[in-house]
Ligand binder design. Structure first.
Ligand SMILES: [Zn+2]
Length: 336
């Protein structure tokens, strides 16, 4: 892993402020009983006392700060959860509880960051993911991906049906008439939703049906185009927008491995489908936050001649949604 792919340390200015009134005028207060006892501070502005860790992930945890950071880092770099206990001396149950809390934290943080109104994905690629349990596809997710900025716009989980798919499109309707190119697979439901949610007046977005599993040199990815448009025009637009031939295949593979790992414990406990769905949803949320905010994208970042990241750029930075690469400590220390 590149040293700058995931930033661990970062700005923690928020911790030098009072969690109640935001004042920076705080002083040490009270007695520390022993080294590990949390130190209390007092705010000189509002007079309240507080634990510095309050609101952060480290508040009231038995695990050390280093252990928590290690578990989160290993998880984000796709180290299997079931292999962690002997390394970090924590039970798998506790690791899962911690990661569940981390993902909730990601979601809350994401809700605070709103994409600017001028953010428009020029390309929207739709994808589906699933996991199998005992041979049948028990879990589905639909994704909308901005292939230019490598940004995961949104997703929904549920069944592989039009009702679930429509929920993703409802989230995309703010881009109506503005997105230039839509890439989909052969699922029949897409066409009517592209007309309903992404078409403004008579101007239908250029829409290509792509086949990722059967790429051939002669055929390429694009199988055909919708709305009477030509396959060639889709290919030309893809080339002019700088889209390579890999598209999201790699992203979907990473996502699948993360979902499988988070859902593995559920599979062992046989048919608890509702729990499985909720873990699947968590897996995608966690992946989405990591992909968009935490991880420098190799093709977006500046690199040295040896392909080391010199200036890290995340998909959110490229899309103009967040101005810096969020570090692990920044998100774990953030006070809610
Ligand atoms: Zn205060």
């Amino acid at each position: 892993m590149n040293k700058k792919t995931i930033r661990i340390a970062g700005d923690t200015w928020g911790l030098r402020r009072c969690p109640y009134c935001g004042s920076e005028d705080i002083i040490g207060h009270g007695v520390q009983h022993n080294g590990s006892h949390p130190k209390r501070k007092k705010c000189k502005t509002c007079g309240r006392t507080f634990n510095l860790k309050k609101g952060t992930i480290f508040y009231r945890k038995k695990m050390s700060r280093e252990t928590i950071l290690t578990i989160v880092y290993l998880f984000l770099t796709r180290y299997p959860i079931s292999n962690m206990p002997p390394l970090v001396h924590v039970t798998e149950r506790s690791i899962r509880n911690l990661l569940e809390e981390v993902i909730t934290r990601f979601k809350k943080y994401e809700a605070l960051i709103v994409a600017p109104s001028d953010y428009i994905p020029k390309i929207i690629e739709m994808d589906e993911i699933y996991i199998k349990i005992q041979g049948y596809r028990a879990f589905y997710g639909w994704l909308a991906y901005d292939a230019e900025n490598k940004y995961l716009i949104d997703f929904v989980t549920g069944k592989r049906d039009d009702d679930t798919l429509e929920k993703v499109f409802k989230k995309l309707k703010k881009y109506k008439g503005k997105t230039e190119l839509v890439l989909i697979d052969a699922y029949k439901g897409y066409e009517k939703f592209i007309e309903k949610y992404l078409t403004d007046g008579g101007k239908k977005p250029l829409t290509g049906v792509i086949n990722k599993s059967q790429y051939t040199k002669t055929e390429g990815f694009v199988t055909y185009a919708l709305f009477g448009q030509s396959k060639q025009s889709v290919e030309d637009r893809m080339a002019s927008l700088g889209l390579g031939r890999k598209i999201t295949t790699a992203l979907i593979e990473c996502l699948n491995s993360q979902i499988r790992d988070l859902c593995n414990c559920m599979r062992r406990r046989s048919k608890r489908i509702p729990r499985l769905l909720s873990w699947g949803e968590k897996a995608i949320s966690g992946f989405k936050f990591m992909h968009n905010f935490l991880k420098a994208h190799l093709t977006l970042s500046e690199k040295s001649s040896k392909n080391w990241i010199t200036v890290p750029v995340t998909p959110c930075m490229n899309a103009g949604i967040c101005n810096h690469q969020i570090s692990l400590i920044e998100i774990l220390n953030f006070r809610f």
